[in-house]
Design a protein around this ligand. Structure first.
Ligand SMILES: [Zn+2]
Length: 458
């Protein structure tokens, strides 16, 4: 299966090279024009000779490096811990047309691991600074911050994000670009998605061929639900030093509730943290607990999991290697999920995540919703946000009633929220919905509206 997918992508790449040659855009052979001597010798060793690990159909040539340098366009999402590593790895592997997007600005706490940034860059946009740094450092490389809207122009997308919502959105975007002819997927419409994720000492890298292999939403159950469970559930079993400290802090925070002068606790507001810290110190003294610091308090309140530079390096390297393998077709790509964990010793394995038959993002099958006619709209909303394979954030539900589009509930616009809120306490029957009714649901987790079919159970 993997080999088949692989050859499809290679065919797509070959067609692009042919197009390019026809247009005579290439000048000067394999792009050596501005390189220093021997700059690409290490890459050539992989592409200009066969070896025991090369793809069975691999034919050594200078064409692959040429494609990589002159044609292949990569979109990198995220210029943080993973993103900095990715940009460096890709640039040093020969990729030259890299676009990077990240809406964040540089914080002083990033500098220990996001090595493309310096103290003078604090406050500047990450994407811009990262692009400038790589372009200065790697001759001939052209990293562009904030790419144009058109995702179609890219050959491969790499995600180094810490947000599941943003990942799912990009996943949905790539799925929306697929072209089906008579129900058969046109392989040239596939843009592979390489996705990396890290959390402390754990990480994963995966290769997604949209429409062919498991997508982000197919495996949504693997992601921990991102619900706010409050500070106390941060850790139940204190078993390592950090956890013991956290546990202490939790005990300390027990009485502090989660508001400051009536406002919700804001982990970014020093006034709030100082207040919790002071309360914690008082409680700590009462119970003879030591080790409570301002920094620890902030960590607990913000539920910070420390970022580990080496985990980012490992995962980004794995992702960049997969980009290289797919772009050159010289090696068999990962199929399709790698797990890395060095919490205790070092553990890694790979497995093939399977497509979910009724995946709400990639299956093209309308989703069934089973409810009693007497169920309230609120229950439907809760289902959409709480179901492990949907995990929507602020779903907007619309339907067609008497030939007219009707918004049943929409949360993101205050005036519409107010107007539609009474619907939440109405039953589905009271709202005029019937068995088999189609509900269109829009959410930040996907660029496309998801269609659901309402099935009444009795
Ligand atoms: Zn899927």
């Amino acid at each position: 299966m993997n080999l088949l997918l692989f050859s499809l992508f290679r065919e797509k790449k070959r067609r692009r090279i042919e197009e390019l040659n026809e247009n005579m855009v290439v000048d000067g052979g394999n792009g050596d024009r501005s390189d220093w001597q021997g700059q690409w010798d290490h890459v050539k060793k992989f592409l200009e000779r066969a070896g025991p690990f090369t793809h069975p159909d691999f034919e050594p040539s200078t064409e692959s490096l040429q494609f990589l340098m002159d044609t292949c366009k990569i979109l990198v999402i995220g210029a943080g811990g993973l993103g900095c590593e990715l940009l460096k790895d890709l640039a040093l592997s020969g990729f030259r047309h890299i676009h990077v997007v990240d809406m964040d600005t540089i914080d002083i706490s990033n500098l220990n691991r996001q090595f493309l940034f310096r103290p003078k860059d604090v406050g500047r946009p990450k994407a811009e600074v990262a692009a400038d740094f790589v372009n200065d450092r790697v001759l001939g490389c052209n990293v562009v911050p904030y790419p144009s809207e058109c995702i179609k122009q890219f050959h491969i997308v790499v995600c180094g994000l810490d947000s599941v919502v943003a990942r799912r959105w990009m996943n949905g975007m790539l799925l929306s670009l697929l072209i089906y002819e008579d129900g058969v997927l046109d392989p040239s419409s596939i843009i592979p998605l390489i996705d990396g994720g890290t959390e402390g000492f754990k990480g994963n890298a995966r290769v997604i061929l949209p429409g062919m292999t498991a997508c982000i939403d197919c495996t949504l159950e693997l992601y921990p639900p991102q619900v706010h469970t409050g500070i106390l559930s941060f850790c139940h079993t204190p078993f390592c030093p950090l956890h013991r400290l956290t546990f202490r802090c939790n005990i300390v925070l027990n009485m502090s509730a989660y508001c400051f002068d009536g406002e919700a606790l804001d982990g970014d507001d020093p006034k709030h943290i100082q207040w919790v810290y002071q309360k914690s110190l008082d409680r700590a003294a009462e119970f003879s607990i030591t080790g409570v610091t301002y920094r620890l308090t902030q960590g607990v309140v913000k539920r910070i999991i420390p970022a580990v530079a080496s985990t980012n390096a490992v995962i980004a390297a794995a992702c960049a290697t997969e980009v290289f393998k797919i772009a050159t077709s010289a090696y068999v790509p990962l199929n399709n999920y790698m797990v890395f964990n060095d919490v205790d010793g070092l553990y890694t394995y790979t497995f093939e995540a399977e497509r979910k038959e009724n995946c709400s993002a990639c299956s093209q099958v309308p989703q069934d919703l089973q409810f009693l006619p007497s169920a309230k709209l609120q229950e439907v909303l809760d289902y959409l946000t709480e179901n492990a394979s949907l995990q929507m954030k602020s779903p907007a539900i619309t339907t067609t009633l008497d030939g007219k589009n009707k918004t049943l509930y929409l949360q993101t616009v205050a005036s519409i929220e107010e107007r539609t809120r009474p619907n939440l306490s109405k039953t589905l029957k009271e709202l005029g919905l019937v068995d088999g009714q189609e509900l269109a649901v829009a959410d930040v987790t996907t660029p496309q509206t998801v269609l659901f079919k309402l099935n009444f159970i009795s």
